[in-house]
Ligand binder design. Structure first.
Ligand SMILES: [Zn+2]
Ligand SMILES: [Zn+2]
Length: 391
């Protein structure tokens, strides 16, 4: 097969990225983005392009040779409810919505990989290009899975990437096992009897009980988890129905917990329920605890991390590849795919000058496009190597 003109591909990916950046769409509303992706995949001559998977998800399928293995490559498409403050020419045209996490770049890179693999081939089997909606909500991967992703578009392994501000362009990081944390949300509602601020003994107010609960929750990480387990329990809001001279009959405590192992998440929930009940009892209040799991921990398959290293070494150069990165207490919807299929998630540099993710001045670095596209293509080729490859 003919070798592609890489400069031309970079120019195309840059143009796609700027177009997507100017037209950001919030989770499950990625209609224009999904139509853009599907039309490009059809233009590249993929064997099949399916739209509307899990809402606005798109899955492209490319087959070569006779191999019966399939590798999935995944990108996310959604933007955030943030007003862009940058001044680039391709700035968001939609006030209040912006690509502040670089999903425009992720989408452009996976499109670039699809074009590269469709034109050059170099593999034996099936590549699935998975463009998921609503990553930021932690709901898009589940929606695609519930819509039959694995039944209709089966694959043996899945790979995904995220850009990393602060890491120089051309650098690559990953790690075996837990690389990103679970995110759990909780709400503890205390009910008592509100009343006059001057006569607390006539009612049974909830604010002091709520404060005691917040303090007692601090013992989950410090006294109930192993020091070897990384975890965070953060109370972020305390809301009551009290006013200046009236004690509250209702108090709500909201927060967020991070951990890297399902057993730790379960332990946090169990301890939280015990503490909330025990504290409420001591203060004579009623209590209700809602504990939800928004993101599961992202667990890289160790064998596939080795494969990602081999592919990254070709694209980035061995000296630019780190496979012992520190785990991060951020969360990623990609983890949901790994509950069903082994995979590996990696980070690629977005530059040391890059604004942080979710910052109104953030912008994806176009110099990173070719690294991501080539990494996607290389891992697919290596994992679907033709029987005579290397001879
Ligand atoms: Zn994000
Ligand atoms: Zn992101």
């Amino acid at each position: 097969m003919a070798s592609m003109d890489i400069d031309k591909l970079v120019a195309e990916m840059t143009a796609w990225r700027h177009d997507l950046h100017a037209h950001p769409e919030f989770g499950f509303e990625e209609k224009r983005t999904a139509a853009f992706v599907a039309s490009k995949l059809r233009e590249f001559g993929l064997d099949d392009v399916a739209e509307g998977i899990g809402g606005t998800g798109v899955v492209g399928t490319l087959r070569r040779g006779t191999g019966n293995r399939a590798i999935a490559l995944r990108a996310d498409m959604d933007a955030l409810r943030i007003t862009e403050q940058g001044t680039v020419a391709y700035c968001s045209t939609r006030p209040g919505t912006m690509h502040a996490c670089g999903h425009d770049g992720h989408t452009a890179m996976l499109l670039g990989a699809a074009k590269l693999l469709a034109e050059e081939g170099g593999f034996d089997g099936t590549v699935r290009f998975v463009f998921q909606p609503a990553e930021e909500w932690g709901k898009g991967a589940l929606a695609m899975l519930a819509d039959g992703l694995l039944e209709h578009f089966p694959f043996d392994e899945i790979y995904g990437l995220h850009n990393m501000p602060g890491l120089p362009v051309g650098k690559f990081e990953t790690r075996p096992g837990a690389i990103m944390s679970a995110e759990d949300n909780f709400e503890i509602t205390l009910k008592g009897v509100g009343g006059h601020a001057a006569r607390p003994h006539w009612g049974n107010e909830t604010l002091v009980a709520a404060c005691a609960t917040v303090v007692n929750l601090q013992t989950i990480v410090s006294r109930r988890l192993s020091p070897a387990d990384i975890a965070v329990v953060s109370v972020t809001e305390l809301i009551t129905d009290g006013t200046r001279n009236a004690l509250p009959g209702l108090a709500r405590i909201l927060g967020d917990a991070r951990s890297f192992r399902p057993e730790v998440s379960a332990r946090i929930e169990q301890q939280m329920r015990t503490i909330a009940k025990g504290t409420a009892d001591a203060y004579g209040c009623e209590v209700e605890v809602t504990y939800t799991r928004e993101f599961v921990p992202l667990l890289n398959d160790p064998a596939l991390v080795d494969h990602a290293f081999a592919a990254a070494a070709v694209v980035f150069g061995t000296e630019n590849v780190v496979v012992a990165a520190e785990p991060m207490t951020g969360s990623e919807d990609f983890a949901r795919f790994l509950e069903h299929v082994p995979g590996c998630f990696v980070f690629i540099g977005n530059g040391q000058e890059s604004a942080p993710l979710h910052n109104p001045h953030y912008d994806f670095n176009d110099d990173a496009l070719i690294f991501g596209a080539r990494f996607h293509a290389e891992i697919a080729r290596q994992r679907l190597a033709a029987p005579d490859a290397g001879q």
